[in-house]
Ligand binder design. Structure first.
Ligand code: F6P
Length: 487
């Protein structure tokens, strides 16, 4: 009998727009979670029936969720993943996603609050929290519905990220103790240290931990995030935590483990050979005109620390004039979460320092900085293939795929300037130039070192980084979690 795997995440593998003629045009969903899960599921879907439950995000998604009334994808094709979109009432979705998940939980785990002013947990937050609960309940109901549709055999459920922290608990309650269901929860973000986590209202902090701990297996990209989670379980919730990373809470044992997510190297390299990427490679190398390239590719996201990255580049140019005319910084910062006011303000800050760099250093025949905010995946891949230096300096990051994809794509070897606070630092740290993301001068010095090192060393480091990224492909990341559920 074929096994069943259910995936639940806020953002799904496909997103719809309503075309000019009223038809729905689907395109692949964005972000690291979707990329890793989609790639990982390719192997699983050949042997199991996979259904991916996600929220309808765009107007097109809502139309798709209502009008198709049946799962998107072809359930007859064993390689297909069935997608079921949840048409959650817009106001509930907005409060759960923007006000709780993105403005509170994301800020907590990435330590982004401007603490003299934020957070403030008043009556509006309590109202938003009710919506977060309702949104999580909608996912739990949909998962339970899917599980009930096929009662024979064990079902494995993979719940993703901070949006859905309450789902394991709500799903267990819905299915009852007798159900043969294995539940895993995976966090693609960091986990906040106890002292920061304590800012959350007690009941909220407890509900999030209790919700996740109803899973059988809980995963993180890096040991430091797993340790922070275990600390919160012990100190905030009062759960029993064993040195081996098992948590006993409410009579249930949860295994906490680390599953770093790397890159599917053959798939990524094949994509980089396609015509659209090659066209961008030609255009970018022509524009660079043999100058060194410092590349960054991010969403315009507070945690990505783009403004300090630009400040470090400015400091490099201000303090090491030998690079004038010899280097170009390609900074790709694609739009993200524009419904959150801090993100809109951040775009202005980025533009401000970019303007300052141009004003101070630009000459008639040298443009030191290209800041691009229009999303273009093919151009990003092209920039990575050409980079001499890749700058990845997040304040905190669950893992960071760009730090791994860059060296895999690099054609002549690239040096990686990497924040010590990215989960990827745990695996890539030996071959990267690690920096404190708040220290702009240290980052400028690392950029200088990365530009100055002999080509042979850049090549050696890049090959080592690519080999590390290749060691944890998405199929393994997912396979290990499924295997844990079967133990
Ligand atoms: O890091 C967690 C994560 O869910 C990633 O998978 C993804 O890149 C990002 O956050 C997505 O954010 P959003 O769906 O809000 O654009």
């Amino acid at each position: 009998m074929r096994q069943r795997v259910l995936v639940a995440s806020n953002r799904g593998p496909v997103s719809y727009q309503v075309g000019a003629d009223g038809t729905l045009v689907g395109r692949r969903g964005g972000g690291g979670l979707v990329a890793g899960m989609t790639s990982g599921l390719a192997a699983v879907a050949a042997q199991a029936d996979v259904t991916w439950i996600c929220a309808a995000l765009s107007d097109g998604d809502r139309v798709a969720a209502r009008s198709l009334d049946a799962p998107v994808g072809d359930p007859e094709d064993p390689g297909e993943v069935r997608v079921r979109m949840l048409d959650i009432p817009p106001e509930t979705f907005d409060r759960a996603y923007n006000n709780v998940a993105n403005s509170i939980l994301w800020f907590t785990h990435h330590m982004l609050f401007d603490t003299p002013n934020q957070p403030q947990f008043g009556f509006e937050f309590r109202r938003d929290w009710d919506s977060y609960l309702a949104y999580n309940q909608a996912f739990a109901d949909a998962l339970a519905h899917e599980a009930a549709a096929d009662p024979a055999g064990r079902i494995r459920v993979l719940v993703q990220d901070y949006h859905l922290s309450l789902v394991p608990r709500l799903l267990r309650e819905k299915l009852g103790a007798a159900a043969d269901v294995g539940i895993a929860h995976f966090s693609h973000t960091p986990w906040a240290p106890l002292d920061y986590y304590r800012m959350l209202p007690r009941q909220v902090g407890q509900a999030l931990l209790d919700g996740i701990l109803a899973a059988d297996h809980v995963g993180f990209h890096a040991q430091c995030w797993a340790d922070a989670f275990l600390d919160c379980c012990a100190q905030f919730l009062g759960a029993e935590v064993s040195p081996a990373g098992r948590v006993i809470h409410a009579g249930h044992v949860t295994e906490v483990a680390v599953h770093p997510l790397g890159v599917d190297v053959p798939e990524l390299r094949a994509r980089a050979q396609e015509d659209d990427v090659r066209a961008h490679v030609s255009a970018l190398s022509q524009a660079a005109d043999s100058r060194r390239l410092i590349v960054r590719v991010d969403r315009t996201e507070l945690s990505k620390n783009i403004v300090r990255g630009l400040a470090a580049y400015r400091e490099l140019l201000a303090t090491r004039p030998q690079w004038h005319g010899r280097v170009v910084h390609l900074a790709f910062a694609y739009p993200s979460r524009s419904a959150v006011p801090q993100y809109r303000a951040y775009i202005d800050q980025m533009a401000g320092i970019a303007g300052q760099i141009s004003e101070e250093f630009r000459t008639p025949d040298w443009n030191p900085l290209v800041l691009e905010v229009k999303d273009d995946y093919a151009r990003s891949l092209a920039a990575c293939t050409l980079a001499d230096v890749l700058l990845v300096n997040p304040i905190r990051d669950g893992m960071n795929l760009v730090a791994q994809e860059g060296p895999v794509l690099s054609e002549r070897g690239c040096a990686l300037v990497l924040s010590r606070e990215a989960g990827a630092a745990a695996t890539l740290g030996d071959d990267a130039l690690l920096v404190n993301p708040y220290d702009v001068s240290e980052t400028a010095e690392a950029l200088h070192q990365a530009l100055s090192m002999p080509d042979s060393e850049r090549r050696r480091r890049s090959d080592a980084l690519a080999a590390t990224a290749a060691a944890c492909p998405p199929a393994r990341w997912l396979g290990d979690q499924l295997a844990s559920l079967d133990r």
